[in-house]
Ligand binder design. Sequence first.
Ligand code: SAH
Length: 244
Amino acid sequence: MTGTLTIAGLGPGDDALVTPEVTAALAAATDIVGYAPYVARVRPREGLTLHPSDNRVELQRAGEALRLASEGRQVVVVSSGDPGVFAMASAVFEALEDNPQWQSLPIRVLPGVTAMLAAAACAGAPLGHDFCAINLSDNLKPWTVIEKRLRLAAEADFAIAMYNPRSASRPEGFARALEILKEAGCGGRMAIFARAVSAPDERIETVRLCEARPDMADMRTLVIVGNSATRRVGRWVYAPRQVR
Ligand code: SAH
């Protein structure tokens, strides 16, 4: 049998947000590869081998998935949310660049509901006008790049979705990010802290950026800072469609 490699997004957590296409790929898989907490979201069954791995071994994990597919396995690499957003799809293509012998394998990327969109839907419509997404982790890029992008995004008046805002190993980065946005004049903007969206312990908090504290975010939080026109209506937060 010809091997295949499918890179699939499991959505933000709730099974109802897994697309039918991804459900079908998981049902046809012989092997599931990914970061252990995401692999744990796939129900074990006979004929399915799970390959959970640690957080920081993305390229190695991608190479392993390609090798399994080259041996004739039906491999699904899983990410949370969407696999193309700060996740495994890029790692697989990087591994493919390093291993041209695998470039003829049938590869598919199946989209998922990314955290930013799930969080925005819980809050209302904070991404209803122009926006950008920034990963605050400096594992794979220098902190100076993050600072520059935050400043320019603030200047351009984008709504800003921030992934990986804060981890135990780098608690100071998010505090600095909040300072940069305040220095750029964003203190009055709405800031949405969306934690564990679509999971049983989901929590959504909205404050003015000047009232935001670094400890309001952790690694399960997606932070959206509105643009200068973003406002509340009842319990909702939204960006008006028109900017004057
Ligand atoms: N590929 C994923 C993102 C991976 S980066 C996606 O498309 O969603 C991991 C970051 O995503 C976390 O640090 C957090 O900022 C965000 N995230 C993932 N799932 C989340 C959820 N259910 N609720 C809030 N944020 C989430």
